[in-house]
Design a protein around this ligand. Structure first.
Ligand code: SAM
Length: 280
């Protein structure tokens, strides 16, 4: 019986063609077959690196049938590399079924790490990297999106989304209405490309920034949002804290908190607990 081949999960660039590892190039040269999401798209990358390995399509719509043929070829000793259009396969990209079935069939699955938009965005965002969650793309259905965003409005970890350019303003508008105004939003746009841009501000400021110039709504986006801060002072805007500070010089903690809540619309209990801290 032949020794089965290996299935490599190979990360490719998310924009800048130079973002390939030496190992990724070598593996793509050495394998018998490269399974690509879009063979025409991947040809550009392979040509850039002089890789002549045979390409075959493996996308969301033919994954089930491809699994059968790939399994057969791997069992016959061939090796296969799976790549997607950009970044790491299986991350908001096809391949999950393939990897599951390979593992079930005891085929060796080897990751070849490299570019991934969410990690590139996170490490340069300035937001907390200690704990984070990846939400991928939200549902395109309004009710489902809002339901998910409401749940996430209570999240303490940094949240990372992928979003399509034609929905980026919609997402910022939804966040501005559902998330606490003090939460920091980062739009990481066109990463590794010529017009790479990072915008940081509140969701409301992000809406204004996107509306100011419609060209800003074009391109690829990773959206990051800070989690609810456990240090409550940080989730109230500076102006609210200032009002509270001024009122505390003249009024009792209770009166100053009530009045600040009335003026700003923020929760009385939250303001009260901050006022107590400021008093001491
Ligand atoms: N597998 C990819 C990865 O590892 O990041 C993600 C594929 S997913 C189909 C495509 C989405 O990833 C885009 O809509 C965008 O949200 C994000 N993305 C991919 N490349 C990007 C880039 N250069 N800059 C910003 N976001 C990017």
């Amino acid at each position: 019986m032949k020794t089965p081949g290996t299935c490599y999960i190979v990360a490719t660039p998310i924009g800048h063609l130079d973002d390939m590892t030496y190992r990724a190039v070598r593996i793509l040269q050495e394998v018998d077959l490269i399974a690509a999401e879009d063979t025409r798209h991947s040809k550009i990358l392979l040509q850039h690196y002089g890789i002549k390995t045979k390409l075959i399509s493996a996308h969301a719509f033919n994954e089930t049938e491809r699994v059968t043929t790939f399994l057969e070829r791997l069992k016959n000793g061939e090796s296969i590399a799976l790549i997607s259009d950009a970044g790491t396969p299986l991350i908001s990209d096809p391949g999950a079924l393939l990897v599951k079935k390979m593992r079930e069939a005891d085929i060796k699955v080897v990751p070849i790490p490299g570019a991934c938009a969410l990690i590139a965005a996170l490490c340069a965002s300035g937001l907390s990297t200690e704990r984070f969650i990846f939400e991928g793309f939200l549902s395109t259905k309004s009710a489902k999106r809002l339901e998910r965003l409401k749940i996430l409005s209570e999240e303490h970890r940094t949240i990372i989304f992928y979003e399509a350019p034609h929905r980026i303003l919609k997402l910022m508008t939804e966040m501005a209405s559902l998330f606490d105004g003090g939460r920091q939003v980062v739009l990481a746009k066109e990463l590794t490309k010529k017009f790479e841009t990072f915008f940081s501000g509140t969701a409301k400021e992000a809406c204004d920034w996107l509306r100011e110039n419609e060209v800003r709504q074009k391109g690829e986006f990773v959206v990051l949002v800070s989690g609810i801060c456990t240090d409550k002072e940080e989730i109230l805007p500076k102006e609210t804290l200032h009002i509270l500070e001024v009122l505390l010089t003249e009024l009792s903690v209770k009166q100053a908190s009530e009045l600040t809540a009335k003026i700003t619309g923020h929760k009385k209990n939250l303001i009260y607990s901050i006022a107590l801290k400021q008093e001491h």
